[in-house]
Design a protein. Structure first.
Lengths: 329, 687
């Protein structure tokens, strides 16, 4: 019951937030979007002022009354000061790098101020919410004291492949006295593209797979690239014997070299027959990474689109993005 | 993440400073070993921070808790449950918390205790100096709070201090308003004040040397302000304290029938009614006394002082008592009939008490008194001849009286012949009783110093005095001061004048009134400072329910709960809003340069042809949109916008002349744009 109530409240809160704090690229904080509540330390402080007040009553000490009132007004002032520490702070989103699923996505947020103001001890993170149950993300700390602008990276785990919309960002401050915390939850429409999670596997497996596998592009027995070792068969050239392992006391082995005759490799959706969608994408993703690392020229065919063989970082990015967006349309 | 819960170095230094400051005044009253423990704890914490020592282990903490328990039990046994033991315990717990404070949250406990300890400081003293000191302590404590929440290591100590001061200054107005208007509440339950504090001032016993001890102190005893511009001569200012009527050969004591002064007073009053015992003559004098804490219940006033507000108790011998010891400055209003007579009819019990003498000592004095009494006819003549004896012979008024043996009165009267007022009062009273004249010793203060800035009198401890009261048939108790016979200066001009050359006078005080008195501007400063203290006391320390009620009545007429609530709420709201506006500096509208204004005019023109710049749309975004929507403007708008952006955002701090030419070049581009616009606008309208 309590849980459902909480959920309902949360839902209402989110709806309210969506209505009142629509996503924007640049948001300036003001009295409409800053919230303030006392911290636990603030409550302790108020409790202490109550103690002083009771002592003042009982001992009838005039200045103890004054002290209690001073504490209360310090508390009220701390509300103003905390508010002021966020007021007129401008947040704007910066471009975000694509990430692989399961990695930390780093959203760049730029904070700027008007030169007359100072904003200290700002804590920025993605708070836990019903929409993003990944838990509180790591807090990034920053100050806007010396410079007018400051760029902060805010991290959260990208847990799902595809277009990732970051949760609402929370800017929080306890400055100056730590008696209350002022915060604002803003939607800077931070988003990034999440590639499938690469799943490593031995690419040799593909040998026995469908045509168009990697090894089909290899002509055996060449002299260009080292491929592997095999057992010595009488008649092999002695120049190819792996003498180092013989010296270690192992049996004689022959170094195999291959020449890549047809470097135009095709990655095909059907190479991973039997895997489900995400697993296929993950493996394809791994292949793309590995092949571009090796500098191969390769193409990719996935249902609905075909990417002709090419190489280089742009090609890699194009393919990864295609994998990330697969199924989204 | 974990690191953030650690205490930053500046915060620790601020906290240790605040703790040291808050314990410093307390250390005077605490047992010395607690101060030592406190100092050790502060050092320990500092060393923990430097990595030289570790946090206390579990075993150490258990030992510390046991230790504190034992100490608290001992404290209660030694000095009783009271403010002192509570304050010491609080201090102990406070410093122990210090060494085990590891996280930010722990610091807030220490900070809260700092505020509680500041409150304790006010329980002991509410002087201007204490107040300023507490303000300093609070500012440092706030510095600790700020340093704790400040992440930037660049933030300097002076910056933190400035912010702390700023916040405390901003907090003051609201605190003052609340202080004035927030309804005061009567004490919820009785609290025991301290029993173990050393009492100051005149006591209910007088042995030789007691009063001369007081004369070494320049501490203020009380302040007095007369109503209606009454001015009394110095020799009239006898501040009556207690009547001592029991003598054992060494010490004069006050006779008590029961343990409680107030009870004794009420019992005595019931036997013979108060009105029957006095005969008031002349006009009364009204005055207000502000007594410094004495830790004793008795009060001081002029002859036959009568409590105006009916809050005090009157003793059997017209002494005044407070209900309970005076641990705080006490202000009371009195009315005195200076010419009135008391106890014209003396009860036998009272007569006998005032004639009692110890047996078997001071035979010479006894003999001397009887002979002298026999030589004159009336009691009054006898008194005069005794005073004449003091005046004619080589008696000295001095603080350094020689030590006396078993027959004190004899030795003083006939051998040493040098002493302070207690010697004279004591021997004079003895001589009276020896001759069968009822007499008693009165202790209190004599004289005062005028503060010309606020027109009130200051009575110091060195004004402490002892004199005698002698009973005459048909006249009642009459005051006689044998000291006046020996040293008339003492009574007419004051003790400073009488003891000007006595090195022992006020020797306890380095910066005494006597030394200040010699230097003109120093003395002015001393009087001014005391005047401030007096005003402070009148305005702030004495501010209570009654004064508040008067204030409310002045403001609101008839006082009702609703009216007071509305008053408090409105005033607090006004002040809070006022402070809010000063703290939250509202953003001014951006100053517009001519170039800015010009650009806005261009935008207005463009709006006429349905190219409205959206709210928050930057010039470049606007340019791109215009180019997309109306390619025919593209060239001119692009040129204009680029120039504008160049002038406003890229080139800064150019000379005035340069700015003018910039504007000129903008206008040229605008002219180009304008040639195209009307045509278009016309086309639109036609279409």
């Amino acid at each position: 019951m309590a849980f459902s109530l909480r959920e309902a409240l949360n839902k209402n809160y989110l709806r309210w937030m969506a209505k009142n704090a629509p996503p924007r690229d640049e948001i300036t904080l003001n009295r409409k979007n800053i919230f303030i509540v006392p911290t636990r330390n603030g409550l302790l402080f108020i409790f202490t002022s109550g103690l002083v007040f009771i002592a003042a009553i009982n001992y009838a000490v005039s200045l103890a009354f004054a002290l209690a009132f001073l504490m209360v007004s310090i508390f009220i002032l701390s509300i103003f000061h905390s508010f002021n520490n966020l007021n007129q702070l401008t947040l704007s989103s910066r471009s975000t790098q694509d990430v692989f699923c399961g990695e930390q996505a780093c959203f760049r947020v730029q904070l700027s101020r008007s030169p007359k103001r100072r904003h200290e001890s700002l804590e920025i993170n993605f708070p836990n919410s019903a929409a993003h149950p990944t838990g509180n993300s790591t807090i990034s700390y920053t100050d806007l004291a010396a410079r007018d602008t400051e760029e902060v990276g805010v991290f959260t785990v990208a847990s799902q492949r595809g277009e990732f919309k970051a949760p609402r960002l929370r800017v929080l401050t306890r400055f100056p006295l730590g008696l209350c915390r002022a915060w604002s939850v803003v939607d800077l429409s931070l988003h990034c593209l999440v590639y499938p999670r690469p799943v490593p596997f031995s690419m040799n497996q593909l040998d026995s797979g469908a045509s168009g596998g990697i090894d089909s592009a290899i002509k055996r027995e060449g002299s260009e690239d080292f491929y592997g070792l095999r057992d010595y068969v009488p008649g092999d050239s002695l120049r190819q014997v792996a003498w180092k392992s013989v010296a270690r006391g192992q049996s004689m082995q022959i170094k195999q070299f291959v020449d890549y005759v047809d470097n135009k490799i095709w990655l095909d959706w059907d190479m991973f027959y039997g895997f489900n969608l995400e697993e296929r994408l993950s493996r394809l993703c791994y292949c793309v990474i590995q092949l571009s690392k090796a500098g191969n020229v390769f193409g990719m065919r996935i249902p609905g689109s075909e990417y002709p063989p090419a190489t280089g970082p742009d090609h890699r990015k194009k393919l990864l993005r295609a994998l990330a967006r697969y199924g989204a349309e | 993440m974990e690191l953030n819960y650690q205490i930053p170095r500046p915060a620790l230094i601020w906290t240790l400073a605040a703790v040291t400051l808050v314990l410093l005044p307390q250390s005077i009253r605490m047992p010395i070993w607690i101060s030592v423990v406190a100092l050790l704890c502060v050092c320990w914490r500092a060393l923990i921070h430097n990595g030289k020592l570790d946090y206390p282990s579990r075993r150490v903490r258990v030992v510390v808790v046991l230790f504190t328990l034992i100490v608290s039990l001992l404290q209660v046994r030694n000095i009783g449950i009271g403010l002192d033991s509570a304050a010491s315990l609080l201090a102990l717990g406070f410093v122990f918390k210090l060494i085990e404070m590891q996280k930010k949250r722990d610091i807030y406990v220490v900070i809260s205790l700092c505020f509680v300890m500041s409150m304790v400081a006010f329980l002991y003293s509410q002087s201007v100096l204490t107040t300023l000191y507490v303000v300093l302590v609070i500012t440092v404590t706030m510095g600790a709070m700020i340093a704790l929440n400040r992440s930037s290591s660049a933030a300097s100590y002076s910056g933190t201090a400035r912010l702390a001061m700023k916040i405390s200054m901003q907090a003051l107005p609201l605190a003052i308003v609340l202080f004035i208007v927030f309804p005061r509440i009567a004490p919820l339950w009785a609290v025991p004040m301290q029993a173990g504090v050393n009492s100051t001032g005149v006591t209910n016993e007088m042995s030789p040397g007691d009063i001369s001890q007081l004369a070494r102190s320049a501490e203020l005893a009380f302040r007095v302000q007369f109503e209606d511009e009454v001015e009394l001569a110095h020799e009239q200012l006898y501040w009556r304290g207690l009547v001592l009527d029991q003598f054992d050969g060494v010490t004069w004591r006050r006779t008590r029938n029961s343990s409680s002064y107030s009870l004794a007073a009420s019992l005595a009053n019931s036997r013979v009614s108060y009105e029957d015992r006095i005969r008031t003559l002349g006009e009364p004098v009204n005055y207000n006394v502000i007594l410094e804490p004495t830790q004793q219940p008795w009060l001081f006033g002029l002859h036959l002082a009568d409590d105006v507000n009916d809050e005090l108790f009157s003793g059997r011998n017209f002494e005044l008592f407070n209900d309970g010891r005076i641990t705080q400055r006490l202000s009371y209003d009195l009315r005195s009939h200076l010419q009135s007579q008391t106890d014209v009819l003396l009860l036998d019990s009272s007569r006998n008490r005032n004639l009692e003498l110890p047996d078997d000592v001071n035979a010479r004095s006894l003999e001397f008194a009887r002979e002298l009494r026999a030589s004159v006819s009336t009691d009054r003549e006898y008194v005069n001849s005794v005073l004449a004896h003091f005046r004619m012979n080589q008696y000295f008024y001095t603080l350094n009286a020689p030590l006396l043996g078993a027959n004190r009165i004899d030795e003083f009267l006939f051998d040493t012949m040098a002493g302070f007022c207690e010697h004279y009062a004591s021997s004079f009273t003895y001589l009276m009783r020896a001759a069968g004249v009822p007499a008693r010793v009165v202790v209190g203060y004599q004289g005062a110093e005028m503060n010309p800035y606020e027109n009130y009198l200051m009575v110091y401890q060195y004004n402490a005095h002892a004199w005698s009261e002698v009973w005459f048939e048909g006249e009642g108790w009459i005051r006689f001061d044998p000291t006046g016979a020996v040293s008339p200066t003492r009574i007419e001009l004051g003790v400073q004048e009488a003891l000007r050359d006595d090195p022992a006078f006020m020797e306890d005080d380095l910066f005494s009134a006597a030394i200040f008195g010699g230097v003109g501007w120093l003395n002015t400063m001393r009087l001014r400072l005391d005047a401030i203290e007096y005003e402070w006391n009148q305005l702030v320390v004495n501010y209570d329910e009654d004064i508040q009620l008067e204030l409310f009545e002045g403001l609101l007429g008839e006082v009702t709960k609703l009216k007071v609530t509305i008053l408090v709420a409105t005033l607090a709201l006004i002040v809070i809003v006022g402070i809010g506006f000063t703290v939250i500096n509202i953003e001014r509208r951006i100053q517009r340069t001519p170039i800015n204004k010009f650009y806005l005019r261009v935008c207005k023109e463009l709006a006429k042809v349905n190219l409205v710049r959206r709210k928050g749309e930057g010039p470049i975004a606007f340019r791109d949109r215009v180019c997309a929507e109306r390619p025919e403007f593209a060239e001119a708008v692009t040129e204009l916008t680029d120039l504008y952006v160049q002038l406003t955002y890229v080139e800064k701090s150019v000379s005035e002349a340069q700015k003018k030419t910039d504007l000129q070049s903008l206008k040229v581009v605008y002219a180009k744009l304008k040639t195209e616009m009307p045509v278009l606008a016309g086309l639109r309208r036609a279409g």
